[in-house]
Design a protein around this ligand. Structure first.
Ligand code: SF4
Ligand code: SF4
Length: 424
């Protein structure tokens, strides 16, 4: 192997790795293991591979990288592990060690470049969104979807529609004294792909007595970069958000995207070695709240407007497994008069979106998506509610692929619709 083994510490702490007792209890919760039946596509197998890499017993060969790359980083294994193996952290450090070794496979490096130079840069991301909007409106997408060879790739491209969200500064003031001053993370994808979700979030927070602001200097949260091994870019983005949100003096930072919320709650760990920012990172992380958990802690005002629909809920992985929030979105949905809430099978199993996974591993992504769509169909629900832009886009693509007339919405959009129905 050129350059010899990467130093063990680069793969994260030995203490983290040695917590795995190889019991295998995580295997039946791992989507890629369930699809393949292969130990190398399981959490336990990948932990073995990472340890062997860190000890220089195996090379950064293509098949090893392939097994690491097939991981969705859904953290379902972490949530069920009786030994508390911090699998998400281990995988992030392992991918970072590979990227920083400068021996990463070309697709890994290109992905890293794209996430750093496009996703983390608002101007370039807006240009990409404009191109995707044109792709959809011009009929090019419909054309690509009609060509069998291109169909699945075309389906998984994000669908950019609707008005983007561009709000900054003070977004809403409630009637009377605010119960809290909250800052909204606007993020990178959500304001462009689902601006309507942010508008609904602002209205819902105001309806629950909050003053809502959006600091102008905030940035992408850094989750996608961290998950793909670029911790340096993730750390730079985290520092920028820490400055922006602490400067604005909010009581809480409210996040409506599960992946972003999980990443921001982990800023303390991401910047633990930063002499200047480690303490500030912990302070900010302690103020971060997922929108659902935040509303129920307020206390929450249940809507009186009706919404006649059967609704099922898909747990975003980074809400259920990383943040361990399962009940709050269900309680909000169940509080809406007229909503018939139905659980679907395996609601907390990954839909195959997983950040950029649907582009890097389209075959596995589509397999998992098809299972999700079959489960939606079996539930009989007319609406799938979820809480992450990636999940929304992925499920929309699957429904289109299956020509299933089911709508997709964020939980907060449904709540907002019920509040608005109070005035009709
Ligand atoms: S990660 Fe946890 S659940 Fe999985 S084999 Fe190791 S100790 Fe067992
Ligand atoms: S993060 Fe998800 S895909 Fe990866 S090993 Fe764990 S359960 Fe499997």
């Amino acid at each position: 192997m050129p350059g010899g083994p990467i130093h063990q510490s680069a793969f994260g702490s030995e203490a983290d790795l040695s917590r795995c007792v190889h019991c295998g209890l995580c295997l039946q919760h791992c989507p890629t293991y369930l699809e393949t039946g292969l130990e190398t596509e399981s959490p336990r197998g990948r932990l073995h591979l990472i340890r062997a890499l860190s000890e220089g017993r195996i090379d950064l060969a293509g098949n090893t990288m392939g097994h690491l790359d097939m991981c969705l980083q859904c953290r379902n294994c972490e949530a069920v592990c009786p030994s508390g193996v911090p699998y998400g952290r281990i995988m992030e450090h392992a991918r970072a060690a590979v990227i920083e070794s400068r021996r990463a496979p070309v697709p890994w490096r290109l992905r890293s470049l794209f996430l750093r130079e496009v996703i983390a840069r608002p101007g370039r991301l807006r240009a990409l969104a404009a191109a995707l909007r044109f792709y959809r409106r011009s009929g090019l997408r419909a054309l690509a979807e009609s060509i069998p060879l291109l169909r699945d790739r075309a389906l998984l491209a994000p669908s950019i529609a609707g008005r983007p969200f561009t709000g900054t500064g003070v977004l809403a003031r409630p009637k009377g004294e605010p119960v809290a001053r909250v800052a909204l993370l606007t993020g990178c994808i959500m304001p462009l792909a689902y601006g309507r979700v942010h508008r609904a979030t602002v209205r819902v927070l105001a309806a629950n007595g909050c003053e809502v602001i959006a600091p102008v200097d905030q940035s992408c949260c850094g989750a996608l970069q961290a998950h793909n091994g670029d911790r340096q870019t993730a750390q730079a983005l985290a520092r920028r958000n820490i400055d922006a949100f602490l400067e604005d003096g909010c009581d809480f930072v409210v996040v409506n995207s599960a992946g972003c919320g999980a990443a921001m709650k982990e800023y303390g760990e991401l910047l633990s070695q930063d002499a200047v920012y480690s303490e500030r990172a912990r302070v900010l992380a302690a103020r971060v709240k997922d929108i659902h958990e935040f509303l129920l802690e307020l206390p929450f005002r249940p809507p009186t407007g009706r919404l006649e629909a059967s609704v099922t809920f898909q747990d975003p992985c980074h809400l259920a497994h990383a943040q361990r929030i399962r009940e709050a979105p269900r309680r909000i949905l169940q509080s809406i008069p007229g909503v018939q809430f139905v659980e679907m099978e395996h609601a907390d199993r990954c839909c195959g979106s997983a950040g950029v996974y649907s582009f890097t591993q389209p075959q596995m992504s589509l397999q998992l998506l098809q299972r999700r769509i079959d489960e939606v169909r079996a539930s009989g629900a007319a609406v799938v509610a979820t809480a992450n832009p990636g999940c929304m886009a992925q499920i929309e693509a699957g429904l289109r692929r299956n020509r299933l007339p089911v709508r997709v919405g964020h939980v907060i959009e449904l709540l907002d619709a019920a509040y608005r129905a109070e005035h009709r």
